[in-house]
Design a protein around this ligand. Structure first.
Ligand code: F6P
Length: 345
């Protein structure tokens, strides 16, 4: 029997509510744990803003997008004052025995620091970008891929009608998982990802070769974190960063739209899908994965396996060392990209 603190941090993600619901159900019914849910990520722990999470509080949330707890990109170690002390005080005041932060590299990075300070934590990996180490997949990713695939399907028909090049900008800060999966599923003619700086002339060559084969339209999918090969293309830098030092991305698609038109003479249009990719109801896969992660996280708390993160390996849910999971991002499998490349141009 333990008092468990839950929080969701970083960008929201379809499936977060499935994790919360499953954790509370597993803990309350099977283990007699009680739950306190902190509001808005680490901000709620710092400010001691929290609510009791009961079965009643988590009824009906499974298909809901977002997070009932709210989220933020607050970094407790970047705030004025002693973040660690404030967190320790809140946890003591609330008699919290263990923390289960649900988040990506930043939220879990804070969790790891707290673990090193002796606070019992079990992490749950979350990101639509699917770039977190230690786990084969994160929940939210499949939903995002489906949303982008649906968008590409729609853009196809208007591209064909107008004989245009459609540039589709998608999320993916460090890794091109969404761009490549949705690009393959949607039949993209070029996919640009952060892992491989692109050559704009090569992209234009793909488009010209399609024209030569009588295809008068094309789809180019670009991840927001994709960059041109050094010295080949000028891009804009917004200059804004979040509390963890990440630049606010978005806009590479606009540059591509103009460059493609200028270099090929083909009419181009950009669609930036943005936060649409993170919104709305999770697909079945993400609901199931979130549920399995929620149950496994509480089992890890019950067994005292702290400093770990739940993960999917193959078809099994396992516990992995949190430090190891965060040691490097999970970048795109080159073989997957090779498969996508087969259909370029
Ligand atoms: O969660 C990761 C991510 O989806 C990135 O792909 C993207 O750069 C970022 O979130 C956007 O976050 P925000 O909601 O803070 O604009």
């Amino acid at each position: 029997m333990a008092r468990v603190g839950l929080l969701t941090g970083g960008g929201d993600c379809p499936g977060l509510n499935a994790v919360i619901r499953a954790a509370v159900r597993r803990g309350l019914i099977d283990r007699e744990h009680t739950f306190v849910g902190f509001r808005n990520g680490w901000a709620g722990v710092l400010a001691d803003e929290a609510e009791e999470l009961t079965l009643a509080a988590t009824i009906g949330i499974l298909p809901r997008g977002g997070t009932i707890l709210g989220t933020s990109r607050t970094n407790p170690f970047a705030e004025a004052g002693d973040g660690l002390e404030a967190i320790q005080e809140t946890l003591a005041r609330r008699s919290v025995d263990a923390l289960v932060p649900i988040g990506g590299e930043d939220t879990l990075g804070v969790a790891l620091r707290l673990h090193r300070e002796g606070i019992p934590v079990v992490g749950v990996p979350k990101t639509i970008d699917n770039d977190l180490g230690g786990t084969d997949v994160t929940f939210g990713f499949q939903t995002a891929v489906q949303i982008v695939t649906d968008a590409i399907d729609r853009l196809h028909t208007t591209a064909e009608s107008h004989n245009r090049v459609m540039v589709v900008e998608v999320m993916g800060r460090h890794a091109g998982w969404i761009a490549t999966h949705a690009g393959i599923a949607g039949g993209a003619d070029a996919i640009l990802v952060p892992e491989r700086p692109f050559d704009i002339e090569e992209v234009c060559a793909h488009l010209r070769s399609r024209t030569a084969r009588g295809r008068t339209f094309s789809i180019v999918v670009v991840a927001e974190g994709a960059t041109p090969m050094e010295g080949t293309l000028q891009t804009q830098d917004g200059g804004r960063t979040d509390a963890f030092g990440h630049p606010r991305l978005g806009g590479i698609g606009v540059t591509l739209e103009a460059e493609i038109e200028a270099r090929t003479g083909y009419e181009a249009r950009v669609t930036i899908l943005g936060h649409v990719q993170r919104g709305g109801t999770p697909v079945a896969f993400d609901r199931v994965l979130g549920t399995r992660f929620g149950v496994a996280a509480i089992d890890a708390v019950s067994a005292g396996r702290f400093g770990t993160m739940v993960a999917l390996r193959g078809t099994e849910i396992v516990g992995v060392d949190l430090e190891q999971a965060l040691s490097a991002p999970k970048l795109l499998d080159p073989k997957l990209y090779e498969t996508a490349e087969l259909f370029f141009g």
